[in-house]
Every structure is written in structure tokens, then in C-alpha cells.
Design a protein around this ligand. Sequence first.
Ligand code: ARG
Length: 479
Amino acid sequence: MRAALICAKKRGVSIKSSTVSRSGRFAGGPAAETAQFTESISFDWRLWQHDLQGSLAHATMLRKIGVLTGAELAAITRGLKQIGREIAAGKFQWKPELEDVHMNIESELTRRVPAGAKLHTGRSRNDQVALDVRLWLRGEIIALLGDIAGLQRALVALGERNADVIIPGYTHLQRAQPVYLAHHLLAYVEMLERDCERLWDCHSRVNVCPLGSGAIAGSTLPLDRTLVARLLGFLDANGKVQLTQNSMDAVSDRDFMIEFAAAAALLAVHLSRLAEDVILWVSAEFNYLKLADAYTTGSSLMPQKKNPDIAELARGKTGRVVGNLMSLLMLLKGLPMTYNRDLQEDKERLFDTADTVRATTRLMAAMLRHTTVNAAACARAASDPALLATDLADYLVGKGMPFRQAHHLVGAVVARAEATGKPLNQLTLAELQSVDPAFGRDALGVFDLQRAMAKRNLTGAPGTKEVATQLARWRGQLS
Ligand code: ARG
């Protein structure tokens, strides 16, 4: 459809003057280049279901207040549903000269059903488009929440499949302290949960019905806004109807899109961080993970390559999602009240944001579902005794030593180990005691990794019991 329109543009197809919005006031149609520059059908066609849904509710309301007869409502309903079937089957002919999805559907309806000419009573494209995008975004948010839950489940499942695997945790990308792999993965589950909370919060402001605001100033007709909102499911959690409360705000407000774009941008940033960990971990240097062939790509030149392109693109696509947020903010900046045609520029950024984060979330989940862990490589890395240097300081604290002093002494022990070329856990008791006599026989027991992990039992810590508890909590919450 889009391709056909672009071809039509390239051929410089002349634009007919049948635009309903121009009849009466204008002597002729728009110049071809005016029509091409101002059209939005090439991208807003995808609002068609929501446009039909809104029109059906509006028509039902017009019948109730006596603008339409029962027969007219029936004819309009039949006509709209038939158009819907044709669009779904790819048989509807979109006309760029009719500007947008709203005019295309209304014009075709009116051509087929004379009563269609009454459908726009008390309505403007300004409140219509605000309604359509709210309906569309409402659905996208719900779908995105499902996609995110899928990714959270994939992370939990990967953690559960490798519940015993311990890896070094990193700060400054330097080995810091040991953690269960599951603990690292659950960090992303937490981040994604906050994304869900932000999206839900945003949903409550998307889920407000603007119809009845007209072009800017409502209508002199006794429209039943509550009925329309009820028919379209604009209800809060308590079943209370949600209506916009200022007609000027209603037709010019795009805050709800910006909120979505902002929540999506942060989600994309989270996805990029997960992607980066995957990219590092599949490198030969780490070798913690192995991606399935189906979720990797090859090199056109180097036969041995198996590249983590899904993760790289997830990281890369963050740029456009953040860029979309900036575009929307700039679109609104300094815009005078109320509706201005600038606002037509909102949709491509909005669609691209939703499409990008949804696809990325789903692909990252699929990739992780087909990922295996190299337990041996993880165990090798986690066996680095330096990861437990802090545990050795805690050991001295247990003997009553101030932490600052313990930190200093263990630093000296690390320097001694380095000087003698021994791993930290290979020092003899005599060598430890030459640094400080506070080290007892039990000091080297600190380097038993399993015992060390069993000790980390604070809420939120990567201890054996605590990680199992957190995995079980998330398993329950996500099922
Ligand atoms: N295509 C337009 C948009 O996306 C619909 C609203 C047009 N309103 C108008 N007064 N021209 O914003």
C-alpha cells in the first residue's frame, strides 16, 4: 500500500479535487505537490480499525440523540463493517487525494451510504485523530506489556535452567564479587518490571476519551460523550468513565504519546544494556553463553564468524527510539493552541517507537530462549579467589577489627599474593599472619565459594537461598 503510494508520487499523479474538506470554500483541488506534501494516508492507514471503531460508537450516539434514524444507523454500521472487511482483505482502495485515513473511510462510506454524510456531525478530524491514536496506543501498550512479560519469563527460565551457575559480578567491567548468573539475569527482570509500571501509569492517561471536543470548542449539539466513552471502553479500574475535561487541551494534547515514547526509550535503554551483556558474554574472551544458530548471523567474509546481530541491533535501535522521543518533544515545543497540522508528524514517530520496542523485546526473548550457558567457563571465571577479597575483610571485621583497617590489611595480602605470583587462596597461614596476626586457621575457609554464596542472605543479595527465593517469586508472578 505504502509502496503503491510512493510510486504514485514519483509518477506525479494529478490529484482530483474531490476532497470533502475542501468542498464549498475552495474553487479547485490542491496542487499535486500540496496534496503529496500534506497527505498522511501513507502512514495513518494503519489506524483504520480504530477509526472504524470510533465511528461506530459515534454513530450509535448520534442515533440516541436523534441525529440518525434507526435505519440510517443500520446502514452506516453495515457500510463501515463492509469497508472494514475490504481493508482487512487488502481490497480497499486508499486515495492519497483524500489526505488521511479519516477522509478515506468517510468519503467511501458516504459514496455507498447517503446517511454517511451525517456521520461527521459534532465531530472534527481533530478530536477524531486524537481518539484514534489513543485507541491504537491503548492496544499497543497492552501488547507491549505482554511482550515484556515474555522477555521476563525468558530471563527467569534461563536463570532456572542454570540455577547453580556462578559468575563474577562486575563493576567498572572489572571482576568484583561472585554472583549467581540468575541474580544477574533477575536484575533485568526488575528493570523490565519498572518499565511495565511506567507503561501502566502512562496507559491511565492514554485511556481518556477526547471525542466530543470537536475542532476546538466542543459542539452546540447535545452529544452524549459518556455513552461514546463507555462504548469504547474508556473506563478506569473502578469502571468510572474517563472523559477529557477541556476541549482545547483534548485536541492539542500529545503528552500521552510523549509519556509513552519516554517509557519506551527507557525500555530501549534497558534492552541495550542486556544486549551489551549478551554481546560480551558470547565473545571468546568471556565465553559464558552460546546462542543458537537460528538467532545469530554469519560473516560474508570470515567463515568462522557467528555474530550476535540481534543483540547488536537491539543496542543500535535504542538510538532511534530515543530520537523519536526527542522528535515528539520538539514537535510540541512552542506550539500555539490548539490543533496545528504539525501534529500530523507525531504518528510516524509513535508507530516507529511501538514497532521497534515491541519487535526488539520479542526478539531478545526468543534469542534468550535459545541460549545455552557454558557452565565450565563460568565456573572457571568464578573460581578467581580475588572475587572473595571482601569476604576476607568481613572475616577480620568478624574478629572485631574496624572495616577500614581490615580493608587495608586485605589490600596488603592481595599485594603479597601478587608479589609471590600466587592466587589469594594459595597463601599459607604463615604468609597471612606475616601481614597481620589477626588471621586465624579458619581464614582460608573464606575462599570456599559455595560457603561464601550461602552467606549472602540479605534481601536482594546474590545468596544461594535468596536467589532461589527470588526466582520462585518471579516464576509465580509471571505465570
Ligand atoms: N491527518 C491529520 C493528523 O494526523 C488529521 C487531523 C487533520 N485535521 C485538520 N484540521 N486538518 O493530524
